[in-house]
Design a protein around this ligand. Structure first.
Ligand code: PLP
Length: 399
């Protein structure tokens, strides 16, 4: 298949999203109290899903009947082939359940795998719904901060172990690739975490939703594959085609549970809650994406990498004291502005002066203070416009 370059990709797939009930564009009023910002927040894209996805959806819609349906074997086949060919992950149907979305699965799993009051660990700064699904289910949030090594984040295994012991942690929600710091954890790092959790009897959920978004030659390893699957009994993985192919509103994601005892409990829980499983149109879209989305994904990844290099170069030139984390995975740039803007002025500078909507770092935990998360899955024109505004506003603040 011919690789799609970034120029063709942007020309063919860029899309205007105002007035489409888009949270990122039309939801700014609700979140930021104004609507005339340039939105660089929310992890979705200004790109249409692959052509093959839209064709498959059209064809299914033209069938006209949308009564109760089940997931066909062809869906599992497409998903399993994708995982096997790209990452060497061998999946089995008995391990996999479908659910509308990943955050809902995280909340279900917290309810299923822990009791109220139990301690659950996250590594901050991290995707803020991780904290929500712990705290809103009346579990105790235990935070271990990643070590910020001049923008490249690392695990603090000693701190993790101590806090696991002190708090009798039962469960950890891990993020790989890690939103927002952009790390794709190495096989050795993953083994270190899994071994620590095995020793301390902490169950692990690995959220691998960003796993197809590998930048500048990074290689993804799933926790499922560490030491040939040695830790699988202590592990649940969640993922979805939605982040990769911009399908978030189609509600189709995966829960992978290799341990049959945990799977039995999961099935009982789902039956009790009468959770509905995945969504028909989401599965149609996901299957088409897995079968025919490679070329589109190559174009997307080139576009994200190019946007990232542009942002990095502009910062280096114009705001050399800003620290941008190396983007190994995800399409989310993590930028430390704490040497340039006082934390209490950050929102004024970014929102009021630069007129940008970003995810502010402290949403991801105390360790994110002074940072912004800046979405790169958009057109180069939007990225250039946003950078111009950001640089001008920060320079004006400093004068
Ligand atoms: C780590 C992570 N998990 C889950 C999600 C959201 O998944 P879903 O829309 O399926 O709930 C996101 C979205 O940005 C994410 O970054």
């Amino acid at each position: 298949m011919r690789a799609m370059n970034k120029e063709d990709f942007v020309k063919q797939y860029a899309v205007e999203r105002q007035n489409t009930n888009s949270v990122k564009w039309d939801g700014m009023q609700a979140k930021f109290g104004e609507s005339d910002l340039l939105p660089m927040w929310v992890a979705d894209m200004e790109f249409k899903a692959p052509e093959a996805v839209r064709k498959a959806l059209h064809a299914r819609i033209d069938e006209g009947a949308f009564g109760y349906s089940f997931t066909p074997d062809s869906y599992y086949d497409a998903y399993f082939t994708w995982q096997k060919e790209r990452y060497g992950i061998e999946l089995h149907k008995e391990w996999v359940r479908l659910n509308p979305n990943v955050v809902q699965s995280l909340s279900n799993l917290v309810q299923l795998l822990t009791k109220p009051g139990d301690a659950v660990m996250v590594l901050q700064p991290v995707y803020f719904p991780f904290m929500d699904v712990i705290e809103k289910n009346d579990r105790k949030l235990v935070v271990s901060n990643l070590i910020d090594n001049h923008g490249r984040y690392e695990l603090d295994l000693d701190d993790m172990r101590q806090k696991m012991i002190d708090n009798q942690v039962q469960l950890m929600i891990f993020c790989n690739p890690h939103n927002p710091v952009g790390r794709v954890w190495s096989a050795q790092e993953l083994e270190d975490v899994l071994e620590l959790c095995r020793q301390e009897q902490v169950l692990v959920i690995s959220d691998e939703i960003h796993h197809d978004l590998m930048i500048d030659g990074s290689q993804f390893t799933s926790m499922l594959n560490i030491k040939d699957g040695f830790y699988r009994d202590n592990l649940v993985v969640v993922d979805s085609p939605s982040k990769t192919f911009n399908l978030a509103s189609l509600w189709n994601s995966h829960v992978i549970i290799p341990n049959p005892q945990i799977m039995m409990r999961y099935d009982t829980y789902q039956e009790r809650m009468k959770n509905p499983g995945g969504c028909l149109l989401g599965q149609v879209a996901g299957e088409a994406a897995y079968r025919q989305g490679t070329e589109w994904l190559e174009g997307l990844l080139e576009t994200i990498a190019d946007n990232y290099h542009y942002v990095r170069n502009e910062l280096k030139k114009e705001l050399p004291e800003a620290v941008i984390s190396p983007l190994e995975g995800t399409y989310l740039a993590w930028i430390d502005l704490s040497h340039l803007v006082a934390a209490e002025d950050l929102q004024t500078v970014i929102q009021d002066k630069a007129k940008l909507a970003v995810d502010f770092g402290d949403w991801f935990g105390e360790a994110g203070k002074g940072h912004i998360r800046f979405n790169l899955a958009t057109t180069p024109a939007n990225v250039r416009q946003a950078m111009k505004r950001l640089i001008q506003a920060v320079q004006a603040y400093q004068e």
